[in-house]
Design a binder for this molecule. Structure first.
Ligand code: MN
Length: 486
């Protein structure tokens, strides 16, 4: 829960109903805000009821300028003529949620009169408000329901988590150690467009700069960190030297990133000049601490890993790759893994450290953590650059225990079945161009990702239990027209 960040709650009205009515509007909205603040994952801050074009523009200007404000919620208790909102909404550059609620849950059947009707007319007022958003093509989340209802609160919290991710995104720095893997298309993309769209600074660093940092790590620092490993994990190898080499990488990488205010990084096994091993355990440890990571120079997934870790409080959210299949009829499943770098936040049970050969890259066998992954519903997210735009693909998956033990699997792995079923889920991913690299999160849902995509104003395609392939294919074709015109 990030109580440093805040969402502003702006209630709209007008002067037509007199000062007594406005006092009641303010009292009601304060009560709603107090309740939401208690139940939300960031602070909800009450703002004076707005009743004029000047007042609305002023609160929007303040929201834009406030570093801690990550978005605004608007709600019309009464009727607020929406021509007054045009000026303010046209300058607002923070995410918006239009909350369509009503102060009273039930109609007061016995006592309802014209005074009550004048005061409690969100049903009218929010329609006027929705119209101006639609007219201005202002993208916003609409949440409908009584303000104390848990579904309403949950939906607001999903949006707040997306806004926390979007806020991090605007100033995110990604260190690229080496370029992306030679000739690979999907991990590449336009870094200038990404900075304009998402705010990411994606800078290259020569591997020699990191090697220098690694060489500066003292034996004492390594021993101290190794003691921590011994305490937390089961060490199942005699190759202690390899584990200590990774400890050195962890210390050096973390310092390198912190010195540059970077929260995310990439490696590439093709570009390790001066390193004895590919960072494996080191990358896993840093992901466990909340840093973003992308292998093979995949800076887009590195950034999304960091963002989704921020959205999920770094719970059960990992860099992942669709690796290999079980295609046995009736038990079709995907085995997700990576050659080393699977984040321990998705681990279930104890974690072992082992050293095994990598098979590619021509370096020493690296140390890595091994574990079984959790079962449960998750979302697998891939961000791709189609040349003229970014597309985010969010797929619902059901993760489960492996049908049998895999005693020789040298990496941590996750088994899952894509929704709506194996064939349709995989087909949809292929049609959409979803990459082999994803961010897998058990904490987040497609709703979080759709909310984030709306904030960043990018195309979002969802693959879930309702996906129908023929409609999905059409949706992609329609998306091509829509997004090429924006
Ligand atoms: Mn990979």
């Amino acid at each position: 829960m990030d109580k440093n960040k805040e969402v502003w709650f702006v209630t709209g009205s007008q002067h037509l109903y007199g000062d007594d009515a406005l006092r009641e509007v303010a009292a009601h909205s304060k009560e709603i805000v107090a309740y939401l603040d208690e139940h939300a994952v960031c602070r909800i801050v009450w703002k004076e009821t707005v009743t004029t074009s000047e007042g609305i523009a002023a609160v929007m200007r303040d929201a834009n300028a406030c570093r801690n404000c990550i978005g605004i919620i608007t709600w019309m208790h009464t009727f607020s003529p929406s021509k007054m909102w045009i000026n303010g909404l046209s300058i607002l550059n923070k995410p918006v949620l239009h909350l369509h609620t009503q102060y009273n849950e039930k109609l007061p059947y016995e006592s309802i009169d014209m005074d009550f009707m004048n005061l409690n007319q969100s049903a009218r007022g929010d329609r006027e408000h929705g119209f101006i958003y639609a007219c201005m093509r202002k993208r916003r989340k609409v949440v409908v329901g009584y303000w104390k209802d848990s579904e309403t609160i949950d939906s607001i919290n999903v949006w707040i988590r997306a806004a926390i991710g979007f806020d991090i995104s605007r100033s995110l720095k990604v260190c690229r150690f080496g370029d992306n893997m030679r000739s690979v298309a999907v991990t590449d993309g336009n870094k200038v467009s990404a900075q304009i769209k998402f705010g990411w600074t994606v800078d290259y660093y020569g591997i020699g700069d990191l090697v220098e940092e690694i060489n500066a790590v003292s034996d004492e620092q390594v021993e101290k960190l190794f003691d921590e490993y011994k305490e937390k994990y089961e060490i199942v190898t005699d190759n202690i030297d390899s584990i200590k080499e990774q400890a050195k990488y962890e210390i050096a990488l973390e310092k390198f990133l912190n010195d540059r205010d970077a929260e995310s990084f990439t490696t590439n096994f093709e570009d390790l000049h001066g390193l004895r091993q590919l960072p494996g355990l080191a990358a896993q440890r840093l992901m466990g601490k909340g840093y973003g990571f992308g292998a093979e120079g995949d800076w887009k997934t590195a950034a999304m890993t960091r963002i989704m870790k921020a959205m999920s409080d770094n719970k059960s959210t990992a860099f992942m790759e669709d690796y290999t299949y079980n295609l046995e009829k009736g038990n079709e499943m995907i085995l997700g893994a990576h050659m080393l770098e699977v984040c321990p936040t998705v681990a279930e049970g104890s974690i072992r450290i082992d050293v095994q050969p990598l098979g590619i890259g021509g370096k020493e066998p690296p140390a890595r953590m091994l574990f079984d992954a959790k079962s449960g519903s998750a979302v697998a997210v891939s961000l791709i650059d189609l040349g003229d735009r970014f597309r985010i693909i969010a797929a619902e998956v059901e993760s489960m225990k492996a049908l049998q033990k895999m005693p020789n699997l040298p990496v941590a792995g996750v088994m899952w079945e894509p929704m709506p079923d194996f064939k349709s889920g995989v087909k949809a991913r292929l049609l959409a161009g979803g990459a082999h690299h994803t961010v897998l999160s058990y904490e987040l849902t497609t709703e979080h990702i759709a909310d984030f995509a709306r904030m960043a104003d990018i195309e979002c395609v969802i693959i879930d239990k309702n996906t129908d392939i023929s409609k999905f294919e059409n949706e992609l074709m329609i998306g091509d027209i829509v997004w090429s015109r924006r």
